[in-house]
Write a protein that binds this ligand. Sequence first.
Ligand code: SAM
Length: 324
Amino acid sequence: MPDFAFATCLPGVEPAIKLEIELNRPDLKFAFSRPGLLTFKSTQEITPADPPGSVFARVWGRSIGTVVDPSAVAAEIAALGATRVHAFSRDLEIPADVARWQAIGPGGAAQDGELVADLIVPQGAATEEATWLGLHRHDPSRPPHAGGTFGVVVPPDAPSRAFAKIEEAIAWARIPMAAGQVALEIGAAPGGAVLALARRGLTVWGVDTGELAPNVLALPNVHHLAKKVGAVRWEELPPRVDWLLVDVNLAPQVALHEIARLMPKLRPTLRGAVITLKMNDWSFVAELPKLVARIRELGLPDVRLRHLPSNRREVCAVALPGVS
Ligand SMILES: C[S@@+](CC[C@H](N)C(=O)[O-])C[C@H]1O[C@@H](n2cnc3c(N)ncnc32)[C@H](O)[C@@H]1O
């Protein structure tokens, strides 16, 4: 019997995962897909610790197959050695009947090294379809919660989902942002991420021609530079910037070009950057290595990419100085 790998993802980004696998994993051949789930047949052994083959995968691991006999699945999971059960809707935004599966074993956040059984449950109109069983071994690079999520709760006064984007990035890459530090966000309006960082006690400078939401702008540790990034002069920036956030709706190459102009001023104090790379079409996937190289050239060599749960047609890049 050949081994199979599985990936879950935001429904609609399956083509991006297929392309990335074609480019990077010659051992894998596409086998099966439904919105939010793909499987790949492997020429080699696929262990639950198999490194994710795509930055677009929310959960990646060894595919066991469809659940044929629901009454036997608890015993099957125990025999596989999983100590945690993550049952989740194949489309995280549409509820599925996960309760019956959650009763099988402990849910909640996986610990580093723990073997997790993933039960990927069809949702909404797809409820007649099969539930899939997979296995992954949790490690610090993977999201700890069911479905590849981080357990971020967006407060009702957040003006945009970018609140979740930055909190997910911080949780995933364990970014050491701390009260008293200074963040600069390019593309800050209406201010979801600014609010998240201001709540963490950072001083936040937002560059955007658009308005920040009144509740965000009113905070004493928030400053707005109401101009395009291309018009920002070095003297207008705060004397020290610890963290750079980039969330402009510009093509990634254009956004990175604008950032490069500011880097000589920022680099001496910069601890890292969180850059949202906007994806116009699937050709973006083939460009990812070039974009990573471009970010490294900014002076931040440790670059990681992930399609975060709150990302849509975009990918999050976290860039850190790395060990020197
Ligand atoms: C996805 S939104 C940013 C959301 C924001 N990060 C938040 O937390 O709410 C993209 C923003 O980029 C801004 N933008 C587009 N081109 C820009 C430029 N050249 N300079 C500055 N901001 C720009 C837009 O005005 C828009 O507000």
